[in-house]
Design a protein around this ligand. Structure first.
Ligand code: FAD
Ligand code: ZN
Length: 480
């Protein structure tokens, strides 16, 4: 994992802390170590830091005042949404000089306009609530992640989150029409437009999306809504090889067209983990298969709807012996059960000891060869290491995780993180892939970036950052 150095900022003294607290009110300025604890560590426990104070502003205006003061004083600000990020971007370093700015009180749905298929929300609205608000007006907000009960729209946009419906609807970036952003000097950029077409110069909103809190603080967003699909069909297929998953994907793409919403894959070892450690989990297929694909279609219920399409897809694949066995969910409950086999994977790996993770992407056609080569390399380096490659096949996005050998020492295994990363990322690079497909750079991959970006790209990134944040107060030491 990346080094933990950061240029020292100015530790805020008592007087400055009092000024920060006065902006949000004492009640929303957290200074007690026990009350701060949940903001200082992330889910996996990989990153823990120290903050001078946690501020919980209640309006865009308060965010603006905080940044204006921080910019004058040279105080580092760490923006934090739902704290579900997986690369440590939302966690301060150990210096104790940084201020955490939590967006959680900015949690209003400001406006919802089914006629224009748009919704304007505060950045701190939890993804699940945004989805529910859309649902209430018979619309779909398609972003969907296993962390949706806690992660916030601002965090989703700042990490350009992906998830299970990217195939049909795109990443978070594609779901945004406008943004409201507080700049490093406290100025508020009101870009809350809901236009589908707007070619008036640079697309500024796209700078802030995926910037992981290094260019500005997102305080509001106009999101795209979609018609709510009337029907859904979910299939779970057992296959003998990754190559066959690719062939099934081709068929699903051809027959399913735009109705194909998700195409995920899991290896047998992953299903074993979920069966072992998950609650009330059942294997939907009677026999074990080396690989599994989860295929979901959604659309309208009229002729040629999802139910017919999935039967056609799996029927053709069974006939061609690409798929060895398959089940189609007979109810929404059963579809949820299929999804749990996929979604519990991140969680259950922890019960199998240490896990060295990679969130990578390669061109879709290269997935089988990538997995074969990565697994050969990793098991060659560490005898008995257990690769668990799973993820979003249809996006070329593989969560190439590696569990420790059974009975091995966890610490000793995790100590080889960087070395294993380097070997796997080298293969990714050979395929012209990405070393961070969905989770971002944060702290974890900061020092890897120079190895995969050209000098020109790095120069551009640094120049943009210096321009928007000349005093380097926004999430210093993260990303680049
Ligand atoms: P945080 O973790 O709080 O912050 C993430 C980054 O954004 C940090 O750098 C932070 O400084 C910055 N930030 C947060 N809010 C703002 C803001 N308002 N303005 C500026 N910067 C801000 N990701 C995927 O893409 N696909 C998945 O399928 C997926 N599955 C996940 C499953 C689990 C169980 C978990 C725990 C995480 C998963 N993630 C996934 C990671 C994903 O990035 C986050 O869940 C989510 O997008 C981050 O939102 P958050 O509100 O928790 O942000
Ligand atoms: Zn994912």
């Amino acid at each position: 994992m990346a080094s933990e150095t950061k240029l020292a900022g100015n530790p805020p003294g008592e007087a400055l802390l009092a000024k920060f607290a006065a902006i949000v009110g004492e009640k929303y300025a957290i200074r007690e170590p026990t009350d701060m604890a949940s903001y200082l560590t992330e889910l996996r426990g990989l990153y823990t830091g120290i903050a001078a104070i946690v501020l919980r502003p209640g309006s865009t205006q308060e965010v603006s005042e905080i940044l204006e003061l921080a910019n004058e004083a040279g105080t580092a600000i760490v923006p934090q949404g739902g704290n579900t990020g997986l690369v440590g971007g939302q966690i301060p370093f150990n210096g104790g000089d940084e201020v955490i700015l939590s967006l959680s009180r900015l949690n209003r749905v400001r406006n919802i306009d089914p006629g224009s298929n748009t919704m304007t929300v505060d950045a701190g609205v939890v993804l699940e609530q945004a989805r529910a608000a859309a649902d209430e007006v018979d619309r779909l907000f398609p972003l969907s992640l296993p962390s949706e009960g806690s992660c916030q729209i601002g965090g989703n946009l700042s990490t350009n989150a992906g998830g299970a419906a990217v195939l049909a609807y795109g990443n978070a970036r594609e779901l945004v029409l406008g943004l409201e952003v507080v700049l490093a000097d406290g100025r508020i950029w009101d870009g809350l437009r809901s236009l589908r077409k707007d070619n008036t110069g640079y697309d500024l909103k796209n700078l802030f999306i995926g910037a992981e809190g290094t260019l500005g603080i997102i305080t509001g967003a106009v999101l795209k809504l979609f018609p709510k699909p009337e029907a859904k069909a979910t299939g779970f297929a057992g296959l003998a090889s990754v190559g066959n998953i690719g062939k099934l994907f081709d068929i699903a793409r051809r027959i399913g067209g735009h109705s194909l919403t998700s195409f995920e894959f899991v290896p047998r070892i992953g299903i074993d983990y979920v069966l072992r450690h998950g609650d009330q989990i059942r294997d939907p297929l009677s026999q074990a298969h080396d690989w599994y694909a989860l295929v979901e279609l959604s659309g309208q219920d009229s002729g040629g709807g999802p139910a017919e399409l999935i039967e056609a897809i799996l029927g053709e694949a069974l006939e061609a012996e690409i798929v060895d066995d398959a089940a189609i969910a007979a109810s929404l409950g059963q579809a949820d059960d299929f999804w749990r086999l996929r979604e519990l994977l991140s969680e259950v790996q922890g019960h199998e000891g240490g896990s060295i993770k990679h969130d990578v992407s390669v061109p879709i056609a290269a997935i089988p060869e990538f997995i074969e080569r990565a697994s050969k390399t990793v098991t060659g380096m560490i005898e008995g290491a257990r690769p668990v490659p799973f993820g979003h096949y249809g996006d070329g996005n593989i969560h190439y995780n590696v569990s420790q050998p059974v009975g091995a020492d966890k610490e000793a295994f995790i100590a080889r993180w960087d070395e294993v990363n380097a070997a796997v990322h080298a293969i990714v690079t050979e395929f012209n892939g990405s070393i961070s497909a969905e989770h971002g750079i944060g702290r974890m991959k900061r020092d890897l970036l120079p190895g995969v970006k050209s000098e020109v790209e790095l120069d551009l990134m640094r120049a943009i950052r210096r321009t928007l944040d000349p005093n380097a107060i926004l999430n210093p030491g993260k990303v680049v």
